[in-house]
Every structure is written in structure tokens, then in C-alpha cells.
Write a protein that binds this ligand. Structure first.
Ligand SMILES: [Fe+2]
Ligand SMILES: [Fe+2]
Length: 449
């Protein structure tokens, strides 16, 4: 694994704000004296975290990161994690298909209940879980799914299993360093995306320095948004360059979102099939096998969609046409693109052509012509499938757009202009976000070597 950056010696303000917010509902105390890099004692061991503490530490570089100097009074316990797990398993019976294994005396619940966290790790998780109502649920669900897949993939590999348990719980702790405004959903600007895309790197650094997790767990966290076809982030790794733990966690992350939606089996089917090569084929086969019985026991109920699916499908066509036009324009103007930019645009265009092909091969493009041929139930099913395909295609175009934004951040302002233009066409954003290049260049500078 290439070098991770260190946890910064100056506290991250978003992290600190989350700590102070949590201190209003549970006691957080300093587990040791806090010194500035210049040797000045800023806070004493035993002091309670409060809004006043924020002002005392925010502007200083510290001898030790603040993350390892605080201790929450009520960190997530094994019993709490099990309670959340039991609740999601109750609500989502299909999860039982993935998590019903027992391995000797070890079960997913056993793994969660025996999760031994240091004071710093427990505090970090408490702060992460306090950020949103869904945070604990998403973390526990990802952990359960990752353990289920890992158990089927490498039966009896206790190191991998432990990494999946912890990796699932902690995979998004790096989001604590990201402005909460960026996490609220919706479209991100280029700068916001640059900042969000660093969360796996921050998470892995926290896993190493604050939690003391092993390298398998660190890597799983670092790679939880990487895809086998090289179109993930933050490092665009391909296939075997991603660790087994990273490949499993990335798939578990996708599934944890899909299992909560209506007609989850169909959504999972489409998501895992639409772009072959995104995930390791063996893992995809394992997931299908794990879900087979649950699917037979309780098949999807597809309900009529309330919105106009044809309009969505049409919007993908418009976006494709826009991308083609922008690509042609950029490549025909010699002044618009240097050889380095052309190479990136060509690579992106090849990927775009793959997405376009995947879209055409689903058959949903002919949806409108089925009116009058299929009965209402069949039409509902076709519309639902088209809706899932639309989401999956739109998401992949968005990902490709973000990939270009990350690359633009590493280039000169002039070069990045063409890449951002293409990125905006892929994302369906009308105007290029070029005025943000200064920020992007600064953000890009914090990427580790
Ligand atoms: Fe996540
Ligand atoms: Fe994430």
C-alpha cells in the first residue's frame, strides 16, 4: 500500500465541531494533556470537552492529534451494535440470506458483540455515529454484509472477517473531516467533490493512527470506493491491485444502499450486471448465491411508479448527445486540448462508450413502444426496470464525471478547463464550474504522494 498521509497535527474543524456537538449529549473528557507543537499546555487531562475547548485548540498545531486525546463516556458497545444489527435484520429479511452463517461458535452478532475498541476508536465511532440518524445503521449494515460475503469467500479466515467487521463499522469515519454541507446529498461542485473523495484516505489514516487497526482493515477502508474496472476513487485502482478486503467492502457498501429499497433483488440484479467487470465476478456470483433462498422465499413486489420513466430515459439520451457534441468540439479544436488532456478525454470517452453500450443493451430505450402491447402489470415491471437502469446509468455517468474532476485537479488551469467541460456534460450540469479551479488546485495539493 502506498504511503498514507498522517492525521494532521492541527485539528480538523469539522471533526472538532462534531466532537463539541456530541459533548452536549454525552460527556467527552481529555484522556491526556494537550500540548501545542511549541510546547504550550493548552488543555489539561480530565477537562471536559466543550465549545470553549474548540477555540483553544483550533488554531494550533498539536504534539499529538486531538483524536487520540479524547475519550467519550458512552462509546458504541458490542450490545449497542448488536441491537442495531438485530433491528436491520428484522426490517430487511433479505439480509439474513447474507448474514445467517455460523462459523464454529462465531456468528455475525458474535463478531459485533466482541468488537474490542480502544477508547480512541470507540470515541471516533461515537462521533461518527452522532453525525446523522442513519450513520450507525449504514455502518452496521455494511459490516454485516461484508462479513457475510467474506465468510462465503474465504471460510475460516479470521483476519479477513475481523477486518470486515471493523472496516464496515469505520469505513466512512473519514467523512468527519468533510464539511457537513457536502454530505447532505444533491449535486456536488468540483471542489466539494474533491474534498469528499478524500474521505477513504482520511478514514484509513484514522484507522491506523487513532484506532491502531491492522493493515488489512486500513486497506479495506482506503479502498471501499474502488471498483475492479478502475473507475472508483480515490486511486482508480484496478482488479487485483485492490485487496480482497477492499473488493468485498466496496461491494458491501453498494449493497447496503440497495437492500433498503423496494424491490431490492431486482435492483441488486441490475446494479451488479449492468457493467460487467465493475466487481470481482466471483464475489458477484457469491452474492447471488447468498440471496437466492431469500429471493425465493419473498420475491420482489413491483409497484407502479408515480413518475414519468420515459422522461428519465429521454434525459439520458439528451445527456449522451451533449457528451458527444462536447467531445467532438474539444477534439476538433487543437487549442482546446493538449496531448495529455486528449489522452484523458479519449480514455473517458472509451468508458462513456461502454456505459452507452450498456444502456442500449438493456432494451429500456424502446420502453415507449411497449404501450398497448404489454398489459398494465407487465408495463409496471418494464417501467420499474427502466427506472433502475436509469439510476444505474446516471450514476455511472456521474462517476465518470467525478473521475475527470479529480484528474482536472492535478492539471494546469488551462488544461483542466477542457476536462471540466466534459465532466459537466457527463454530469448533466449546464455550465462548467471553471471558476473553482483555484480551490481545486489547493485541494489537490493535499493528496498524498
Ligand atoms: Fe458508506
Ligand atoms: Fe464512503
Amino acid at each position: 500500500m502506498s504511503a498514507l498521509p498522517s492525521v494532521p497535527s492541527q485539528a480538523n474543524r469539522h471533526f472538532l465541531e462534531a466532537v463539541v456537538n456530541l459533548s452536549e449529549t454525552q460527556e467527552i473528557a481529555l484522556s491526556e494533556d494537550v500540548y501545542s507543537e511549541k510546547g504550550v499546555k493548552l488543555l489539561a487531562r480530565g477537562a471536559k470537552v466543550s465549545a470553549a475547548m474548540y477555540a483553544k485548540v483550533i488554531s494550533h498545531k498539536l504534539v499529538k492529534p486531538i483524536e487520540v486525546c479524547i475519550s467519550a463516556g458512552d462509546p458504541p458497545s458490542g450490545a449497542m451494535l448488536v441491537r442495531v444489527a438485530e433491528q436491520v435484520l428484522d426490517e430487511l429479511p433479505l439480509l439474513a440470506g447474507i448474514c445467517s452463517w455460523t462459523q464454529g461458535r462465531v456468528t455475525p452478532m458474535g463478531m459485533l458483540s466482541k468488537c474490542k475498541l480502544s477508547a480512541s476508536a470507540g470515541t471516533l465511532l461515537a462521533v461518527a455515529f452522532s453525525r446523522s440518524e442513519n450513520a450507525a445503521r449504514h455502518a452496521v449494515m455494511t459490516s454485516l454484509i461484508a462479513m457475510g460475503i467474506a465468510n462465503a469467500y474465504r471460510y475460516n479466515d479470521s483476519q479477513l472477517m475481523a477486518a470486515m467487521c471493523l472496516g464496515g463499522l469505520f469505513h466512512d469515519v473519514g467523512e468527519l473531516y468533510v464539511d457537513p454541507a457536502v454530505l447532505g446529498g444533491g449535486k456536488l461542485t468540483a471542489t466539494q467533490w474533491m474534498s469528499y473523495a478524500s474521505h477513504p484516505i482520511i478514514g484509513a489514516a484514522l484507522a491506523r493512527e487513532v484506532c491502531g487497526f491492522d493493515s488489512t482493515t486500513q486497506r479495506a477502508i482506503l479502498e471501499h470506493h474502488e471498483y475492479a474496472d478502475g473507475f472508483g476513487y480515490p486511486r482508480s485502482l484496478r482488479a487485483q491491485a485492490i485487496s480482497p478486503a477492499g473488493r468485498i467492502l466496496s461491494l458491501a457498501e453498494i449493497l447496503s444502499a440497495l437492500v433498503q429499497k423496494p424491490a431490492a433483488f431486482s435492483r441488486i440484479d441490475i446494479a451488479l450486471k449492468i457493467m460487467p467487470g465493475e466487481h470481482e465476478p466471483e464475489l458477484v456470483t457469491l452474492v447471488n448465491e447468498l440471496l437466492r433462498d431469500a429471493r425465493l422465499a419473498s420475491p420482489d413486489k413491483v409497484e407502479a411508479l408515480q413518475h414519468d420513466v420515459n422522461a428519465n430515459v429521454h434525459s439520458v439520451f439528451l445527456r449522451i448527445a451533449d457528451v458527444l457534441a462536447v467531445y467532438d468540439e474539444l477534439m476538433s479544436k487543437t487549442s482546446a486540448a493538449t496531448p495529455a488532456v486528449r489522452a484523458i478525454l479519449d480514455e473517458a470517452f472509451d468508458r462513456f462508450a461502454e456505459v452507452q453500450k450498456a444502456f442500449a443493451s438493456t432494451g429500456v430505450t424502446g420502453l415507449a413502444s411497449l404501450d398497448g402491447i404489454l398489459d398494465e402489470d407487465e408495463l409496471d415491471e418494464s417501467r420499474f426496470e427502466a427506472h433502475c437502469v436509469f439510476n444505474e446509468i446516471a450514476w455511472r455517468l456521474q462517476r465518470l464525471s467525478r473521475e475527470l474532476v479529480l484528474k482536472a485537479g492535478k492539471m494546469s488551469e488551462g488544461e483542466s478547463r477542457a476536462l471540466l467541460r466534459m465532466a459537466n456534460a457527463l454530469a448533466g450540469t449546464p455550465e462548467p464550474v471553471v471558476e473553482e479551479m483555484q480551490d481545486i488546485a489547493q485541494d489537490a495539493a493535499v493528496e498524498p504522494s
